[in-house]
Design a binder for this molecule. Sequence first.
Ligand code: ATP
Ligand code: MG
Length: 764
Amino acid sequence: MHNLLHNLNDEQLAAVTLPAQSALILAGAGSGKTRVLTTRIAWLIQTGQVSPSGILAVTFTNKAAKEMLTRLSAMLPINTRGMWIGTFHGLCNRLLRTHHRDAALPQTFQILDTQDQLSAIKRLLKAHNVDDEKFPPKDVMYFINGAKDSGLRAHDIEPYNADERKKVELYQLYDEQCQREGVVDFAELLLRTYELLSRNQPLREHYQQRFQHILVDEFQDTNDLQYKWLKLMAGQGGHNGGVLFAVGDDDQSIYAFRGANVGNMSAFEREFNVRNLIKLEQNYRSHGHILDAANVLIANNSKRLGKNLRTDAGHGEQVRVYEANSDLSEASWIIEETRNLIHDGASRSEIAVLYRSNAQSRVIEHALFSAGIPYHVYGGLRYFQRAEVKHAIAYLQLMDNPHNDSAFLRVVNFPARGIGVRSIETLQAAADQYGISLYAAVPYVTGKAGTALSGFVKLIEGTRFETQQMSLPELVRVVLEQSTLLAHYATEKEGADRIENLEQMVSAATQFLSEEGYGQGAPAHLGPQAQASAGAAVVNQDGLEIIDADAPLSTVMSPLSAFLSHASLEAGDNQATIGQEAVQMMTVHSAKGLEFNNVFITGLEEGLFPHESSSREHDGVEEERRLMYVAITRARQRLYLSFAQTRMLHGQTRYNMKSRFFDELPEDALKWLTPKVQPSWFGAKKSAWDEAPLVGSDRALAQQIANKSSGSGWRIGESVAHAKFGEGVIVNIEGSGNNARAQINFGSSGMKVLDLSIAKLDRL
Ligand code: ATP
Ligand code: MG
């Protein structure tokens, strides 16, 4: 036991060994929260306070769950399988599979990832002749997900105007469509489980009694429904008393846009009567200057629970700051510094380049590529999100549940088999008329369309029959062949990569079976009952039989169903998987919980980071600041910050001021590699691009800028004064003569676009 505990400091030790009461570990980045949570699980088991099956631990990503299990297996000489460790989605998936009848779902229900959900909504809008300009599918999706994340069904919402009434109506129709097709989206996984456990008392009590210890990592990012779910599981307010062990950092709450509610932390303290509030203030990750930067920056936020971080690691190197002429020169600088780091012995996988938005990665990627430095970009399309992989998955989904209309539509005519839009419309009409799935409606379509559609049905049924006794990898292989996907891509010029991706699915299936404890030869289609192993059924005191949704998965899902859930859930994870010997590129959001020796935070410009959307939202800048705090605290030894005067983004050249965050960082911690310019917006630096040495495309860009000023009498970079908005700097000019308009940054009055022939501007 002492082995488990001897690597902890006093506060960590106190947290790990707390009595079985609700506790909140509130602590900054790198203070060992995740380590404490993992060690507590091991300690509880080792001291005999709980058996592995009494543990429920919630992590933020599937990868974090896997890592935790691996660490626990290393710490404990016992079988860890009985423990439930996973994401909210993963855990709910397991519960719903086991209790699918009570939850009114087919056992083979399938999970829609965000991309699938959006296409399901587009289909719905079309079927009901809804104007998608007035009700953009994405808005409808956000509305539905927002409602679900708050635990609301359509009938729970009181619409306050006609538009909202329409959205509520669409929400209702969407739920009906999903139910008909046997599919659930991510938010539904949670809501459905929540509703199931709320109304089914024996089931609820069964799980409440089973899970004596519930532990949650990254608690600050739980949304309202997740918190309610935890309360229900813990039996809060009920006779079980409810014990929840939560670790989190209010300063790292970065998912408000997805409904996360940092207020859950104080609600938890109050509602669970938390007497054990432990703060960890020793940071084990970052050198002093980096930590100072993080501490001083986050002190600018007003709503904080209050805590600080210190380190014994010494000051280390200062944070290096670089001002670039353009995004291109920013990229060149990153390459130069990366080369230096590698030259000094740094491993490439210990160099991370972070950015606020995915669109920023292209220029840096290009530069790394040209310099011959291996890199890996995360947050782009993940394996299970790629088009060809989604096509193959759709065929597999039809093997398992042919009534999944999304899957049906995706591949009914892919590869092309002469089933056109008109045929689908006829089919859709028949399906609507009888209230059945597209697949079931095929016999109602006659003529040529009917023949082609029946051909497709025969293909699906035939493949299903042929693969009856096959293992999952064999099934995947046959589906790739029979669907003619492989043959199709073989005829495409750029198809080789896609074929490789498709073939990888066979290995993915093999790997999946061994990780989840299925036998490699287990028939892919075989129902779980046939495989149910010992101890799955429990009879509770009311004489009600409850099948416990216990690990391994094989007791509740066929290998095929399990593999399909895995594909959808993994497609929804937005966390990087590190480990490759390459420079790691990712958004700040995906870097959560990770650490690297060397970190670049790029594009630190107003409008980019803090992102322009933040000025519109309540608390927006504070959330951006927390995001910056997350970014800074990923670094162990070296941190680099950069910004560019001009940047091409989404096809437009932008002229941004440097990020306000620079003014919020402690001077002593920073080392400016380029002269620091006052005031904090470089627009005032008249014409920086005239002075700095220009190369290649920078020069072309400067020329472009110079040309832009012609005709209007004004030029970019010029300082002006306006009676109402005060002093400002021209950051862009469009049009010429009487049509010339200038984009002017008026500092605290914001960015304005003024008509130069009308606006009264004075030169400064
Ligand atoms: P984040 O807020 O970023 O999720 P965290 O609080 O979860 O961070 P961990 O990832 O658990 O922090 O720990 C940060 C680093 O410090 C890890 O490398 C961990 O192994 C190390 N660490 C934690 N506690 C100790 C300790 N007592 N002694 C030595 N190293 C430690
Ligand atoms: Mg952590």
